[in-house]
Each structure stands twice: as C-alpha cells, then as structure tokens.
Design a protein. Structure first.
Length: 117
C-alpha cells in the first residue's frame, strides 16, 4: 500500500499564490510509481484533474489552470508540488494528490484551498 500525504492549503486572496506539497511512502512500492497528479473537488462538483507528471517527466495540465499552476517533482522521489499563482475564487476546492502504481492507485486525504477577499 502507498500512503499519500498533502500539505500547504489555506486561505488566500484573489491574485495570490499558494504551494501544495505531496509525498508518498510505502517501502518498495513507491519505486513503482508511474504517475503523480493533483485533482480538486469543489462543493457540489465532481473531482477534476488539475495537473500531473509521469515517470518520464512529462507534465500535463487542465486548460483552466494552464499558465497559472505548475507542478514540480518526480515519481522517482515520490514527491510532487503544485505551485498555484494568480488564484481565482473558482479555484476554491479540496485538493487531492493521486499516486498511480501498476496495480492500482492511492489518494491523499485532501487539503482545503480557499480563495476569497
């Protein structure tokens, strides 16, 4: 089993920045991580993909965050940060880290991000 831990959420004003961190642990299984990604879920909405990285270093982002958010880290280190700039009220959500291994996936408990004046 892979354990996933997120940190770094909080309250920020529109236009501000926050950095979220995700780390995975779980003995030798973390060496098999194929991808790590951030998702978010706003109240009353489905969970959606935000941005992520695969084992060869390639990154991908949702259209809604391109140019504002950036992921950094790598699967070999089992760590992935999410730098969020120019935050908007619509970015308010619980942010979850997802870790994929060949035989399944694990989720963190989530961290709240609130963008409000």
């Amino acid at each position: 089993q892979v354990q996933v831990t997120e940190s770094g959420g909080g309250l920020v004003q529109p236009g501000g920045s926050l950095r979220l961190s995700c780390s995975a642990s779980g003995s030798r299984r973390i060496l098999s991580i194929t991808a790590m990604a951030w998702y978010r879920q706003a109240p009353g909405k489905e969970r959606e993909f935000v941005g992520g990285i695969v084992s060869n270093g390639a990154t991908k982002y949702a259209d809604s965050v391109k140019g504002r958010f950036a992921v950094s880290g790598n699967t070999a280190m089992a760590a992935l940060d999410l730098q969020m700039n120019s935050l908007k009220p619509e970015d308010t959500a619980v942010y979850y880290c997802n870790v994929k291994i060949p035989w399944g996936e694990s989720w963190g408990q989530g961290t709240q991000v609130t963008v409000s004046p």
